[in-house]
Ligand binder design. Structure first.
Ligand SMILES: [Zn+2]
Length: 80
């Protein structure tokens, strides 16, 4: 077992091309978490529950396929 897969090469599931790690932009931070919806007076409230993860995006150089990973916990409350 290796200590880390950080530098592992990602292979495109569509065309077996090499995938390059990046980030989704356009929002300050893209996060993934489980949500819980509840209706309060007919209004749907969305609440996040459990762990929040930062999202990494891998893009295939050959066919432009995007694959998203939410592998790292975004647990830092005061930045780094
Ligand atoms: Zn591809």
């Amino acid at each position: 077992m290796t200590e880390s897969n950080m530098n592992a090469v990602h292979v495109c599931p569509k065309c077996n091309g090499q995938m390059i790690q990046g980030k989704l932009r356009g929002d300050s931070t893209v996060l993934w978490s489980q949500i819980k919806e509840s209706k309060i007076f007919g209004v749907t409230a969305i609440q996040t529950v459990g762990t929040t993860y930062t999202v990494d995006a891998y893009r295939c150089e050959q066919c432009a396929y995007l694959e998203l990973y939410a592998a790292r916990e975004a647990g830092n409350k005061n930045g780094s």
